[in-house]
Design a protein around this ligand. Sequence first.
Ligand code: D41
Length: 673
Amino acid sequence: MPSHEQIRDRIAQLRDEINYHNYRYYILDDPEISDSEYDRLLRELQDLEQQYPELITPDSPTQRVGATPLESFAEVKHRIPMLSLGNAFSDEEVLDFDRRARERLGVDVIEYAVEPKLDGLAISLRYEEGVLVQAGTRGDGTTGEDVTLNVRTIETIPLRLVGHDYPTVLEVRGEIIMDRAGFEKLNQSRREQGEKEFVNPRNAAAGSLRQLDPRITASRPLSFFSYGIGEVTEARLPDRHSAIIKKLQSWGLRINPESRVVKGVQGCLEYYRWIQDKRAALAYEIDGVVYKVDKIAQQEQLGFVARAPRWAIAHKFPAQEEMTEIEAIDVQVGRTGALTPVARLKPVFVGGVTVSNATLHNQDEINRLDVRVGDTVIVRRAGDVIPQIVSVVKSRRKGRPRKFKIPAHCPVCGSATERLEGDAKTFCTGGLFCEAQRKEMIKHFASRRAMDIEGLGDKLVEQLVDNKLVNDPADLYALTEAQLCGLERMAEKSAQNILAALDKSKDTSLARFIYALGIHNVGETTAQTLAQHFGSLDALMAADEESLQAVPDIGPIVARSIVTFFAQPHNREVIEKLLAAGLHWPDVEVKSAHELPLKGKTFVLTGTLTRMTRNEAKAALQALGAKVSGSVSKKTDYVVVGENPGSKAAKAEQLGVEVLTESMLAQLLGKSA
Ligand code: D41
């Protein structure tokens, strides 16, 4: 049985070790031990403290989270006021600031300590005998709120300082922030819980710190950077701000790793641009940089005006958020048919540019924001990203504007729009006809796996549409040699080749034709299944959702897409034009499921096939009812091995799966070897 004294020693030792490892981990960002070793130390301490509660002290690393909520916050008086900081919004204002300071000091060049300006909450931490005894918000600079219990839950704030040479009383000033990752995670979980999201990390940090129940604060990802000092007793501190900050770090406080010392105002401006470039890569949000005269003697000489030091200034980045009004909400149709609502804004200068549009993404985003025409909104433009609407200022809403709904018809072509389950986007269904999608649809129609029109590449399709020679895929078949030769960089020979390719493409298959139509959610495999099952275009066009869903592998989403597509008169018109142009295909013999000879068999293809492409082999196998899979397993029935097969052939052997050569496959498919 260890003596009480031995227990006390062990507890003290554990606390020292844990504090040291906290310092390595949170302050130096350079841990010495693994998480599990750390957990062991912490658990041993917790166990001992549970057995001997009389030995628990408030500065023990186990005592971060108190369990009793407060009724309200007490006041904290700052004996040394928390100063405010002047702002500069341009290089000129910074040059003025520097010139005035140099004149007062009578020097040519001032050395400045420079650092990012964090967008969080200013706080003052009071340590007595190295123990955190009080934490107060800035408030009006002289009186703030006592948030000690909440601040104790922040891991980057030590409950006890490291080392021995700290002053008896030390007030540390700094900023409490929530980094971007923590903010996103918090908001995601609030979204999932149906709670209101925070608008930005600053509000999230403020909201988290102003919780009366410290257990809530403890659950929020807050952190801290120190940037200055308040009251300090009986200590000889270094004679430069930069050195004092380093001293704080040696006592276990986190300081900003981007801070530097620069010479003169040009050094400040260079630093500003450097940080501006780095801004997006920082883990937390900043709204500018702070310049501070580095020498304490010079700071004292310069003194204060009102509450702001003459020796420091914040150089702010252009605001990234501004208020403006929504004049209209338009809906744009993208090349894929996706409908995107766009807010037209009363122009506003934000993030360094004038912004008059902001994307609203989709209907869910509109619902989340509850944004309506006429609303006053907060617009945000950060870095080079598209301007976003952060929130609606509901108190400014006039009258009762209508909720905004993405229209049921495409604003470009008038076809019905559809939004499928599990998809945030709404799409236009006028694929073959819609001007917005024209080029993409025609490119798809002509592509190798669809109508396979050789020589009709993307560039040519764009030229044809731009010159208004082609509006829909059927127009391709009406092109003349003269029209083609009129295009830039089009020789007579190439024009003839294209016309020949067009002619050749008319002889196609039902599956290819269905795929070429570009129906949403109908890929090559689905097109084959449909051709196989319905046997004719008429039968497919006449099918309703129910009969479509009866087809193997066709679910409600695909069925809905098909029905909606054929319900568009425009799409039917284009199909009629195509048939009138002479497109044709051999009759498909409709086989019911039990007639398919390879029904229920799973194939894997590996290696290079010489007589057909892998896709052709796959299509042919599927047409006979087989499933074609990408990996070999015990469920595989046959592995088809081409030239230079990979590991799949070996795997087949290992599992005892039957192996077919390419000529065996050809026989199986009924082709002569
Ligand atoms: O990052 C900051 N928000 C920041 C704020 C900073 N890096 N340095 C600061 N330095 C000071 C002085 C020069 C007065 C010590 C500050 C602030 N003040 C400050 N924050 C809020 C009011 C003043």
